[in-house]
Design a protein around this ligand. Structure first.
Ligand SMILES: Cc1cc2nc3c(=O)[nH]c(=O)nc-3n(C[C@H](O)[C@H](O)[C@H](O)COP(=O)(O)OP(=O)(O)OC[C@H]3O[C@@H](n4cnc5c(N)ncnc54)[C@H](O)[C@@H]3O)c2cc1C
Length: 355
């Protein structure tokens, strides 16, 4: 069976981002790479959005970007500006196409459906398939989004809505997220932060219909695309294995308080590429111990006091938007951290810190 210098398990966001990074930096001229991916075809299956706090390779896959956003709780709306760090939305269909077209040009890159088709004994492995143990206490961000088209101009496409908490909370944390791509097109998503053992939150279609028709008062629209997903708000099991690095969700690249992962994946790919000649000796990349610590407390509060979370998120955004964005994107300094922490209800957070 054929052997390879590198193997990437999982040709999704992290696997393909890494392969692309290696390819454009000419690290695969004299090395062979096998990508193991079971899917039979690549098509748009996700929309990756984030504040652009650092450069990445996929500006040409951005569907739309915004410099303004809102956050709502019942009867209150906060209007915020993010021109320093525009919010970008990447179309995964364009991302897959761009990367696969580039990778096809290199004869040293091979694709397989299953790792059993190759000899992996002497290769360095990058694994993006997470090992997730079932635990009913774990929190997930689970959601369903639809792209809709309206008959008449309806949306203000200059401003997106990050979180609209003016909806049924069902003793959990629930909000709607709206990305208006044009005056007649938008992605509208119902999002829950919860334990997922409660199937009563999974009536996504009804939630979206109710929000569109009774909350936004939109009657004439058609659904053109749908995506559903769940992001673990906990770290998948990570086993230290020689000559193996986990990447993507499996590699702890998700910011647990927000679910944002895409830009962390890009930074991780850059780090691996820079150190590829020395890969078996490098320090494990992480998104920052301080964020892991703060997110842990944040999620403990969320688990115990879901009813307080709309207010907590709303108050967090009372800091300057630049500060909150940097904090949520793992780029804040100590003073910016303090500014965010000072907006949190002290007694509840201190109790969780000490518990
Ligand atoms: C619907 C959705 C929307 C999201 N939106 C955002 C967002 O807006 N912003 C953001 O920052 N993050 C977002 N995320 C979180 C995160 O960015 C994505 O989940 C991202 O795709 C994670 O990349 P990954 O490579 O770790 O996993 P994936 O992209 O899921 O890639 C894993 C790959 O492994 C393959 N695979 C599965 N089993 C095997 C196996 N046994 N052997 C080999 N391959 C296998 C899969 O087919 C898949 O292609 C979203 C997640 C989802 C699910």
């Amino acid at each position: 069976m054929k052997e390879f210098d590198y193997i990437i398990i999982g040709g999704g966001c992290a696997g393909l981002s890494l392969a692309y990074e290696l390819e454009i930096n000419e690290k695969l001229k004299d090395k062979t790479l096998a990508i193991i991916e079971p899917r039979t075809e690549y098509k748009k299956d996700k929309t990756w959005s984030f504040w652009k706090v650092s450069a990445h390779n996929f500006d040409d896959c951005v569907k739309k970007s915004w410099k303004n956003f809102t956050i709502n709780i019942p009867k209150k709306t906060n209007y915020l500006e993010c021109s320093n760090y525009p919010y970008q939305s990447i179309d995964s269909g364009l991302f897959y196409e761009k990367i696969n077209n580039k990778l096809k040009e290199n004869k040293n890159i091979y694709f397989f459906k299953n790792i059993s088709e190759i000899n992996s004994k002497n290769s360095f492995i990058f694994n993006s398939v997470p090992s997730i143990k079932k635990d009913h206490r774990n929190l997930w961000q689970h959601f369903c989004g639809v792209e809709i088209e309206t008959q008449n101009n309806f949306f203000d496409d200059e401003i997106f809505n990050l979180m609209d908490f003016e909806c049924d909370q069902r003793e959990s944390v629930h909000f709607f997220y709206t990305l208006p791509y044009s005056k007649t097109k938008a992605l509208v998503e119902t999002t829950w932060l919860s334990k997922m053992n409660d199937s009563s939150q999974k009536d996504y279609d009804n939630q979206i219909k109710d929000y569109l028709e009774n909350h936004l008062n939109l009657k004439n629209y058609k659904i053109t695309y749908k995506e559903e997903g769940a992001i673990p708000l906990f770290y998948p099991t990570y086993e230290e294995i020689k000559n193996r690095i986990n990447i993507g969700t499996a590699g702890g690249m998700t910011r647990l308080s927000t679910g944002y992962t895409f830009l962390n994946i890009q930074e991780h790919s850059g780090y691996i590429c820079k150190n590829i000649e020395n890969i078996s000796k490098i320090k494990k990349f992480n998104i920052g111990k301080k964020y892991q610590f703060l997110d842990d407390i944040f999620l403990r509060v969320l688990r115990k006091h879901p009813e307080k979370m709309p207010d907590i998120f709303f108050k967090m955004f009372k800091s300057s938007p630049k500060t909150v964005i940097k904090f949520l994107s793992n780029k804040s300094n100590f003073l910016e951290d303090l500014s965010i922490i000072s907006r949190m209800p002290k007694y509840i957070f201190l109790r969780e810190l000490l518990s």
